[in-house]
Design a protein around this ligand. Sequence first.
Ligand code: SF4
Length: 443
Amino acid sequence: MRVYYQTFGCKANQYDTERMRQESEARGAQTTEVRSEADLVVVNTCTVTNQADAEARRFIRRLRRESPETEVVVAGCSAALREPEYRAMPGVRSVVRGHDPVAVASVVVPDYFAQIELRTGLDRIDPEPIGGDLLRRRRGAARGWLKVQDGCDRKCSFCATRLARGVSRSRPVEEVVAEARLMSDAHAELVITGIHIGHYGIDLEGAYSLSRLCATLLDRVPGVRFRLGSIEATEVDDLMVDLLSTSDARLVPHLHMPLQSGADPVLRAMRRWHTREQYRTRVLEIAERVSPLGLGADVIAGFPGESDRDHASTRALIEELPFTYLHVFPFSPRTGTAAAELPDPVPQRIAGDRARELRDIAQRSAAAYRASRVGTPAGVVPEGDGRRGLTEDYLRVDIGDREERRERGVRPKPTGGLVRGTLRGDADHLYIETPRQTPLINA
Ligand code: SF4
C-alpha cells in the first residue's frame, strides 16, 4: 500500500499530516512522494474559507480523473464539517472527521484491526498509536512544527476553524518537551504552533501558560531555536517579552499577531475581544523592548459594515506600527459562520481596492525594514537546497552573495544547522555574508 499525503491549510494541519503519516507507517503503510504512484491518497483538508473547501473537492475530482484506480481518504477541518459531501464523492474510501492519526491509520491500513487483536489480545478495540504520541520530524523540511495545543475558545464571527477544531486543549508540558527533544535532532528551528497558542495551559493543572512553556523549552531543549506561531497581541505577556528580548534569539524575535481590523466598530462586529488601542499599545510596548523585531499580522479588508472611516482607521494604524509584513485578505463570507449573515456587505471591488491599498503600505514598510537590517548580524536556518534561508526576524535571504557563489562555483549547502553572519546587500537582494570556507555552524 503506497500512500501519498496532500495537505491544505495551516501549520497545525501540516503537523497533523505528519502524525497521520507516522502512525500509518508504523502499521506498515509505505509513503510515496510521487502522487501518480500512490494506491491511496490521504487529503488533509482546510475550511478557513469557502474557497478552501472548494479547493479540496477540486483536488479530489482531478485526482480521480488522472488516476481512476486511486482511492482517497479525506480528513481534517473541512471533513469535520462536511462529511456527507465528501462521502458522496466517487473514489472516496473513507472520511475521518478531524485529525486523529489513529483513526486515519485505521482506514489507510487494510489489516489494521487484525494488528490490534494480535498486539493486545483483547476483544475490546481500543487502539493506541503504535507510531507513538510524539512526532519525530517533519519530513523534507528544515524547520519543524511543534504543536502544543488544538482548538479555540474564542468566537470570532468570521472563523470556521474553531467550529471544526472544537475547544482549546493543551498538550501536557512533559509531552511537548519530549517531542521537542526528538524533533531537535532533525531540525535547527521548531515553530510552536496550534490553533490558539495564547491559550496554552489554561486547561492544564496549575494553570500553565505559553510563556512558562517557552521558558521550559529553552531550558530543557538545547541546540535548537524556537519561533512562536501566530499569537494574539493581548496574549503576549511580560515573561514572553523578556524571553524574546533576552534569550539571544533562541526564542526568535518574530511575532505574527492577527489584527484583522484597526477600527473598533469592525472589531466588535468580528467579535474580537480587543480594541484598536489595546492592540496598538501592546505592539508599541513590545517593539520598544525587542529589536530587531519581525512583526506580521493578518488583516481582513471589506468586512461587512466597514465604512470609509473604518478603513482609514485601519490604514492609519498600519502606517503607525512597525510591521515588517502583512497578510491582507478581502473579506469572503464562510458558510456557517455568523459573519456570513451580517448585513451591509462591502462590494467586492471596494474590498479588493482596500486590500491593495493596505498591501502597498505593507510592502513599503517591509522594504524599509529589510534595508535597515543591512550591516547587522543575523542567524539563518537554510531551507531547500541551502541557497536561501530564514532569519530570526522572518526575512528570507540568500546564503552568500549570488555573484560570488557563481564565481567561486560554491555548491548549495545542505539544510540543517544555523548560519551566522552579517546581512549585506539591499532591500531587494538581502544575503547573509558568511565565513568563506565554513558557512555552516551547527546550532
Ligand atoms: S481566535 Fe478567532 S480567528 Fe483565531 S481560531 Fe479562535 S475564533 Fe478563529
